[in-house]
Design a protein around this ligand. Structure first.
Ligand code: SAM
Length: 362
């Protein structure tokens, strides 16, 4: 297969952000094509080559650095890394804590999450992630999961669909699209991507004529660019949002992210780092507020002196890919890198000291 499984976004910036320690235990919760994982392993290696002053005479120089890589899609295993320091965990990252317990890992030095789907998902027609291909409405990252996009499209109420399109797709016309879908599915279940597209566009504000439109062309088994398929240019953005919203719901991406963030916070050592690459505003807001506050509610607790009590020092606040990278890899355009470090006792004491000083001068 010549397919490019994935091109990692902001690789250099992410690895720098993790400030990898030679003997550290790291977790990449989104293995995908393994680009980031390989770079983490290399960074462990490179640092190991430098002289470690703390190494006492006679102590074995066995590599202690370890990397656990999660992916819920077993296709990712095609990119397996042959390295004794590497362990693949075929699981949803929401079970991070359980798996670390299973492997006897109490604390970790760093964690990377490169959220969402890989190029492979979009470029694999039969998985149903892309509106460019005629395919069953599937969109499951975990191919053994029960619920597909077709289940959602055909079982959610109009209200639930509208809410979903608004919440996860930020679609201003989500309500009318939900209405169109419900009208269409009353005639027959919507089971394929082209049926969903026809349902969503036909009755929406977009001027789409089914007679010269995509349904007939799709039925010939065509795949190709939206232009070739006759999808109106002004509908592409809406379709991208519609497919994104469904994908997020099918895979409960926000729920999994919430659970993983809490587990990561509890697993990270003082001075450990967490790097997250987000791709849409909803997940980015969640990560940003979590890093600021250390909790899912985003509420910043204060101590007696009015100092913010947060477990993190925020290192990167939403860095984006360089123009060069976007040119080379257009899909990196929407990536935002956020990095946080768990406060060490030293930092926590400095914060408290600053509070005392402020209290004293007031
Ligand atoms: C953007 S890709 C990561 C690409 C990777 N950084 C690389 O260098 O190739 C995201 C990957 O994470 C996986 N994934 C997404 N959500 C997940 C979850 N909740 N649990 C486990 N894997 C997940 C997807 O299957 C996909 O392979």
């Amino acid at each position: 297969m010549n397919e490019v499984y994935h091109i990692p976004a902001m690789l250099k910036e992410t690895i720098e952000g993790l400030a990898i320690k030679p003997d550290g235990v790291y977790v990449d919760v989104t293995f995908g094509g393994g680009g980031h994982s390989r770079a983490i392993l290399e960074a462990i290696d490179n640092s190991q080559c430098t002289i470690d002053n703390s190494q006492r005479a006679g102590e074995s120089s066995v590599q202690k650095g370890k990397l656990f890589s999660f992916d819920q899609d077993e296709d990712a295993l095609r990119n397996a890394i042959d390295d004794p320091r590497w362990t693949f965990v075929h699981s949803n990252f929401r079970y991070l804590k359980n798996w670390m317990d299973y492997y006897g890992v109490e604390q970790i030095d760093g964690l990377l999450a490169d959220l969402g789907v890989s190029f492979h998902h979009f470029d694999c027609p039969e998985r149903g992630f892309s509106f460019r291909y005629s395919a069953p409405l599937d969109m499951r990252m975990n191919q053994t999961a029960k619920r597909t996009a077709a289940d959602i499209v055909n079982s959610y109420s109009e209200e639930e669909l509208a809410r979903l399109f608004w919440l996860y797709g930020e679609m201003k016309n989500g309500r009318s699209i939900a209405r169109n879908i419900c009208a269409k599915r009353a005639q027959a279940p919507i089971l394929r991507t082209e049926e969903l597209i026809a349902a969503a566009l036909k009755l929406s504000a977009i001027s789409y004529q089914p007679s010269d439109g995509i349904e007939s062309r799709w039925s010939l088994g065509n795949t190709g660019s939206p232009e070739e398929l006759g999808i109106p240019t002004n509908a592409k953005k809406d379709l991208a949002k519609l497919f994104q919203a469904l994908r997020i719901e099918v895979n409960d991406e926000m729920g999994a992210l919430r659970e993983m963030l809490v587990a990561a916070r509890d697993l990270l050592k003082p001075g450990g780092r967490i790097a997250v690459l987000t791709y849409h505003s909803l997940e980015d807001r969640l990560v940003k507020n979590f890093f600021r506050s250390g909790n899912l509610e985003g509420t910043i607790e204060k101590d007696f002196y009015g100092n913010a009590l947060t477990p993190f020092d925020v290192i990167e606040k939403g860095r984006t890919a360089s123009d060069d990278e976007v040119e080379r890899n257009p899909r990196s355009r929407s990536a935002k890198l956020r990095v946080a470090e768990t406060l060490t006792m030293h930092n926590a004491q400095c914060t408290m000291h600053k509070g005392l000083m402020r209290f004293g001068t007031n």
